[in-house]
Design a protein around this ligand. Structure first.
Ligand SMILES: Nc1nc2c(ncn2[C@@H]2O[C@H](COP(=O)(O)OP(=O)(O)OP(=O)(O)O)[C@@H](O)[C@H]2O)c(=O)[nH]1
Ligand SMILES: [Mg+2]
Length: 463
């Protein structure tokens, strides 16, 4: 660009070329000016792109799943993916096989450990359980599953030192649970499996080999133990033993054991109901992007799944910024349970403390809040088995000891917390859920989607 001197513009004199400029100087000046213009255009272009990106960001719906450990966050994420990212979900289905085999084997080993401890204890009992040689034989025949548990963990990327830390505890009388939870870095396990897999289009069905361990060998051992697993789990004395010692197995252990006939076969392929039961503790923050359609329009949703145990909660804060909605998972069946990481704390109380902190956060004052009163099926089971809620929750008083009344009571408590702790008045959507029930959860998620979108659009219009 060349500047022309215009005496009518007082500023033109400042930018005008010197009157005695030589042709060489003029060429150099014009080159400098062209370069300056190029840089200026580039900056404009970058700013424009940034604005477009920001605009796009505004359209992205960000959902954060929060709640204590084992509340059902990852299970809710699975339901989201199953409903809104179906193709990818179906592609990944087979890769859950190793995780489900591990869940089954861990459940069997937990029962075996309790059995061994009971054998030792019963010797001193006045009225011992009627154990027979069959029980000893079953225990011996199922011993190889210990090795299979380590092998499957290794296939999923668990390191040797972590296995030691996560080995079963010994005394059912002293510990409410027969085994502490194992973990794999859940973001990595699938890539770890795939890296160990033979590469071809049918890879998910091919045997996996890693470090001298083969998934085929593990599957062989599991299927050869199938009848013994079923015999152990359906044995009357073993059931009595579990009750007598109040052995608390992991939430889905009975599901895996009830389904051993199907899970412990050579050609086992997981279905959706199995996968929502599969347990892998989340240790880091997982981010899943999916396209969610509503009224013919598709929008990008990013769902963040966090680890819920106390040591993981510091990592939540950075995600509070810019989040559209929070789905808080409160397992209402856990009124008689304690936190695994701090056995002094009742799990329901921990959920209320967390919920109060979320409601009172100024950073989240404009975030849509949704709460899932989860594990209603477990609550129902406990009540059907005679557990009295007011024994653990004195404030429940003499209200009826039935599921509906407990849900109603707790729903009101969570609602009251929103009202009393939020910095400004706000709505909160409350659902009672059992997120292992994929059909009913799919309906809930549609309602959740509509609620989030409505609030999102309303907020966008107000800005
Ligand atoms: N019966 C029953 N089991 C459930 C329900 N929701 C979750 N589970 C089971 O509870 C276990 C824990 O669920 P997760 O979704 O892994 O829990 P989480 O909140 O992600 O836990 P962390 O990753 O440790 O923070 C899994 O075995 C689930 O299948 C429910 O509504 N009913
Ligand atoms: Mg999780």
């Amino acid at each position: 660009m060349v500047f022309h001197y215009d005496s009518s513009d007082p500023l033109a004199v400042v930018t005008a070329p010197p009157p005695d400029e030589t042709p060489v100087e003029q060429a150099a000046r014009e080159e400098r000016e062209a370069e300056a213009q190029r840089i200026s255009d580039q900056i404009d272009e970058e700013l424009r792109a940034e604005r477009v990106a920001l605009k796009k960001q505004e359209h992205i719906v960000k959902v954060l799943l929060l709640g204590q450990s084992e509340s059902g966050k990852s299970t809710t994420l699975k339901n989201f993916r199953m409903r809104f990212a179906r193709n990818k979900w179906v592609q990944e289905r087979a890769s859950w096989r190793t995780v489900l085999q591990l869940n089954l084997v861990r459940s069997v080993n937990a029962v075996l450990q309790a059995l061994q401890d009971a054998f030792d204890n019963e010797e001193e009992e006045e009225d011992p359980l009627p154990f027979t040689d069959t029980h000893q034989r079953l225990r011996l025949r199922l011993l190889p599953l210990r090795g299979v548990e380590s092998d499957l963990k290794r296939l999923l990327g668990v390191k040797a030192e972590d296995m030691l830390e996560n080995s079963p505890q010994t005394s059912p009388r002293l510990s409410p649970r027969t085994s502490t939870e194992f973990y794999v870095r859940s973001r990595n396990w699938r890539s770890f499996l795939q890296a160990s897999q033979i590469n071809d289009s049918e890879s998910s069905r091919r045997p996996i080999k890693h470090d001298g361990v083969s998934s085929q060998d593990a599957t062989e051992v599991i299927s050869s133990c199938k009848n013994d697993i079923i015999a152990l789990w359906t044995d009357r004395v073993v059931r009595e033993m579990l009750q007598k010692y109040r052995v608390r197995l992991e939430d889905s252990a009975s599901f895996f054991l009830d389904n051993a006939e199907r899970l412990a076969t050579r050609d086992y392929e997981p279905n959706d109901d199995d996968i929502v039961r599969a347990r892998l503790r989340t240790l880091d923050i997982q981010e899943y992007e999916m396209n969610v359609a509503e009224d013919g329009e598709s929008r990008t949703w990013v769902i963040y799944d966090v680890g819920g145990s106390r040591t993981q909660r510091n990592a939540w804060l950075p995600y509070f910024d810019q989040v559209t909605a929070i789905i808080f998972l409160a397992p209402i069946s856990c009124f008689d349970e304690r936190l695994q990481e701090d056995p002094r704390v009742n799990r329901l109380e921990d959920s209320f403390i967390l919920w109060k902190a979320i409601c009172s956060s100024k950073l989240l004052s404009r975030t849509t809040l949704i709460i899932f009163l989860n594990k209603v099926d477990v609550l129902e089971y406990k009540i059907a088995n005679g557990v009295m809620v007011n024994r653990y929750l004195p404030s429940y008083g003499d209200r009826p000891n039935d599921t509906q009344s407990v849900v109603k009571y707790l729903r009101q408590k969570f609602k009251d917390t929103v009202k009393h702790s939020s910095p400004e008045p706000r709505m909160c959507h409350i659902y009672s859920t059992s997120v292992i029930d994929t059909r009913t959860t799919a309906q809930t998620l549609l309602s959740v989607r509509d609620g989030i979108i409505r609030a999102h659009l309303k907020k966008a219009n107000l800005v």
